[in-house]
Design a protein around this ligand. Structure first.
Ligand code: UDP
Length: 249
């Protein structure tokens, strides 16, 4: 987020370097139930981001001192693979991945019916296989599909996407160049049934008007992501139904 570059991020026709208009998100692909050994799983691509989420639980909470006698806790571990970025990333947790794990856990705790499972833990693993800006949103989008795939009772599923600002334009779903050389990045996640915001961060600067526009665009796009999440779960369950009825080998 330097804000200074000779690179033209938005041309005079309002076209972005990957051919999108300001209000377009990158192509999105969502698959539910991609791993056999986890209780639930999902795979998400958004542009060049490739993200896998796996869920275990509800199960006994470790470490035990984190147990809450009134509800389950959601423990998310966001991890960026060493090969996910062009400069090899040093493996293991760092400040950024600890922060992202925390904000994703908090967003998910808003929708999971944690009160049904006192003392338990619902463990969510997010692996970033390929990163191109927007991985926390792709990770959260994948994690909520994986939770639903695991059959965890939830009020709703959580879609997430970022908006931001580059070359003075408010843009939806920043790519890596726009994120690196733009002026602001605002990831957001909502509960679609109520439009409640469960994740909102901001890196950089924008005016109040630009911020309102960014939020409006991102909330609108979250509803599109939501439709794709539901679609992935429907495809998953029609496949399961066929397997159960013996129509598919
Ligand atoms: N990134 C990187 N190395 C790192 C962390 C991030 O190359 O150690 C890149 C990666 O492409 C990531 C982007 O910078 O998607 C933006 O990172 P940010 O912290 O804004 O999070 P994100 O947008 O992925 O949620």
């Amino acid at each position: 987020m330097s804000g200074h570059t000779d690179m033209v991020l938005v041309d005079e026709k309002g076209m972005r370097i990957d051919g999108r208009t300001a209000e377009q998100h990158r192509p999105i692909k969502i698959e539910a139930g991609v791993l056999n050994n986890a209780d639930g799983s999902a795979y998400v691509e958004i542009g060049k981001n490739k993200v896998l989420a796996a869920v275990y639980g509800p199960r006994e909470c470790h470490p035990r001192h984190l147990q809450d006698p009134t509800k389950a806790i959601v423990q998310c571990k966001y991890n960026m693979q060493a090969f996910s970025v062009s400069d090899r990333k040093r493996p293991g947790p760092d400040r950024r991945s600890i922060e992202i794990s925390k904000i994703i856990s908090e967003a998910l705790e808003k929708v999971v019916l944690t009160e049904l499972y006192p003392r338990a833990s619902i463990d969510v693993y997010i692996e970033i296989l390929q990163a191109n800006a927007g991985t926390r949103c792709a990770g959260l989008t994948a994690a909520s599909v994986a939770l639903a795939d695991a059959g965890i009772p939830m009020r709703d599923i959580v879609p997430a996407i970022a908006a931001g600002k580059a070359d003075g334009h408010v843009l939806l779903d920043l790519n890596k160049e726009e994120d690196n050389f733009g002026q602001a990045d605002v990831p957001i996640a909502i509960v679609p049934s109520t439009d409640e915001i469960v994740l909102l961060q901001m890196d950089g600067n924008m005016t109040r008007e630009e911020f309102d526009h960014a939020i409006e665009m991102a909330v609108g796009a979250c509803h599109e992501v939501y439709d794709l999440q539901k679609d992935a779960l429907k495809r998953r369950y029609s496949k399961v139904q066929k397997e159960v009825s013996g129509d598919e080998q």
